[in-house]
Design a protein. Sequence first.
Length: 183
Amino acid sequence: MAKKKSPTPSVQLPLERIERKILLIRDQKVMLDADLADLYGVATGVLVRQVKRNPKRFPRDFCFQLTAAEWEILRCQSGISKGRGGRRYAPYAFSDQGVAMLSSVLNSTPAIEVNVQIMRAFVTLREMLSTHKDLAKKLAELEKKYDRHFAVVFDAIRKLMEPPPVSKKRRIGFIGTDNDPEQ
């Protein structure tokens, strides 16, 4: 069996690569164990084993295991196979504090360097959210200052600030005539 290679020390990971792996689960920004293991250059089992060996370092607000329902939703959204191979248990999710704590149990130079980059990505996302809130506050102040003639402009800006709507995708595959909801 091939052994995973560690990333070369002092190699910078693109910020976008890290940011794509940050998910919102239970109203918390988290990263999954497999994504972190990939970034650290270790097997997922090694990472999970270290977490299980050090339970006092990972309270529930630092690390939690997804429920079966959460795992099913995540699998459906990302197109992960349910068939043979792959995971047999739900993944662990790590908050930014949990990621910071991982550096104490994965004590290798590449892991520490990658950890610093991951923490910077969390900080960047937090700053972007803060900027968005500041922009909304300034917009509200401007709206109070100017008369109703600019209401259309303010409404348009607010619509641009809203996140895109989640579209309900139609299921792919054959639907028999007995089960076709459109007939």
